[in-house]
Design a protein around this ligand. Structure first.
Ligand code: NAI
Ligand code: MG
Length: 365
């Protein structure tokens, strides 16, 4: 295969700060492991608006469609709050997701042993936790028509429509089953088939895809409200969870917090395979631009670093190299190094953004 190509869109606020640490890790792979990436950088969000008057230029969009993977930092900030909706920084990210048709949003919730006491749940409930939530990202109630607010008689009515086609359900189900094959081999599908027709169809299609092509995967179905309870009661029962856009939004945030800080959470958004067989893909930390700490060297770069590890695994089939990065992060945490967001009552050695980057690089060596 050709040299893997990456487009880095660092964005706003702490985006460029955390991405700088990822750049160092990419360089480490080139110099120490002989794995070279063709890296280009461009603007997104407020940074792109400042330069071009739009949160994502057509040229950047075209570049994103050409590369093997996009790495994004974060977008937005108070400076842009008053902008018209059509040019808000977030629109840059939405355009990328839409035009790349990134329908499967992967949100791992993994508990590093060193942070188990940092969770709001008991250590024994979360220690060793490793689940993957696959959220449908391009359809469902956030996009369905009709939508809007209108007048009926003398009161206002707000409307959104939950709408899923068979093919939309089938492709995200496949993404979940493919992941489960490389993990513990279990998928739990969540919907509300008891009260929603779209949920009935969801359950049927997921089951059909399973029976036809993934009979070896252990598939279960759960109502999403029960799923929320199970996630905080006994999260280790899950391996892969697949669910729709709305439930996935809520359940993935809930699962994420089982493991501690926003500064630790990576994500991947995947689309259909390109001609070279690699999926269209965008990797980004779950957190935003954190204007409250931007420019102070306080940001935790681990979410962004782990997002790069996901790129190694899911775009470049370098699972061993991804695990190498994850082990480095784990050992740094075990050594007690803590950015401010990870500083709990049990204490630790305070480090800055670049201090955390230094430590991860040293652990990689
Ligand atoms: P946020 O995720 O930026 O920050 C929430 C809190 O978590 C803040 O106290 C922040 O300091 C802390 N935090 C976040 N990431 C951290 C890290 N890596 N290390 C240490 N602490 C961290 O969410 P908020 O404050 O709601 O939004 C701020 C801006 O970011 C807004 O303009 C919002 O629209 C945008 N945003 C962008 C996202 C994206 O680019 N995907 C996602 C969420 C928000
Ligand atoms: Mg959310």
């Amino acid at each position: 295969m050709s040299t893997p190509s990456l487009l880095i869109l660092a964005g706003d606020g702490i985006g460029p700060e955390v991405m700088a640490e990822v750049r160092r890790i990419i360089d480490w792979f080139g110099s120490k492991r002989g794995i070279a990436f063709e890296v280009s950088e461009d603007l997104v969000g407020g940074a792109a608006y400042d330069a071009h008057g739009v949160p994502l230029s057509d040229a950047t969009m075209a570049r994103a469609q050409e590369v093997d993977a996009v790495l994004l930092g974060a977008v937005g900030g108070p400076k842009y709050d008053a902008l018209d909706f059509s040019v808000k920084p977030e629109r840059g990210l939405l355009r990328l997701r839409k035009e790349m048709d990134l329908f499967a949003n992967l949100r791992p919730a993994q508990c590093f042993d060193a942070l188990a006491d940092f969770s709001s749940l008991k250590r024994e409930v979360v220690a060793g936790l490793d689940i993957m939530i696959v959220r449908e990202l391009t359809s469902g109630v956030y996009f369905g028509e009709p939508r809007g607010i209108h007048k009926e008689g003398n009161e206002r009515v707000g409307i959104n429509t939950q709408r899923y086609t068979e093919s939309e359900i089938a492709r995200v189900a496949r993404a979940a089953f493919d992941l489960a094959r490389k993990r513990a081999g279990r998928v739990c599908s969540m919907e509300k088939a008891n009260v929603m027709e779209s949920g009935v169809l969801w359950r049927q299609v997921v089951q059909e895809v399973h029976d036809a092509d993934y009979p070896e995967i252990a598939l279960s179905h759960m109502y999403a409200d029960n799923g929320a309870m199970q996630l905080v009661r006994a999260p280790k029962q899950f391996d892969v969870i697949v669910t729709d856009n709305l439930f996935g939004d809520v359940l993935s945030d809930c699962a994420a917090m089982l493991t501690g800080s926003l500064g630790m959470l990576p994500s991947a958004s995947l689309g259909l395979p390109m001609e070279n067989g690699r999926p269209r893909a965008l990797y980004e930390p779950v957190h935003g631009s954190a204007p409250d700490i931007a420019g102070q060297g306080k940001a935790n770069p681990i979410a962004c670093i782990l997002s790069f590890a996901m790129a190694l695994r899911y775009s470049f089939d370098m699972g061993d190299e991804a695990a190498r990065v994850e082990r480095a992060v784990e050992s740094v945490l075990a050594d007690g190094l803590r950015t401010a967001d990870l500083m709990g009552p049990e204490g630790g050695t305070p480090v800055s953004t670049s201090g955390m980057g230094d430590a991860v690089l040293a652990a990689l060596d």
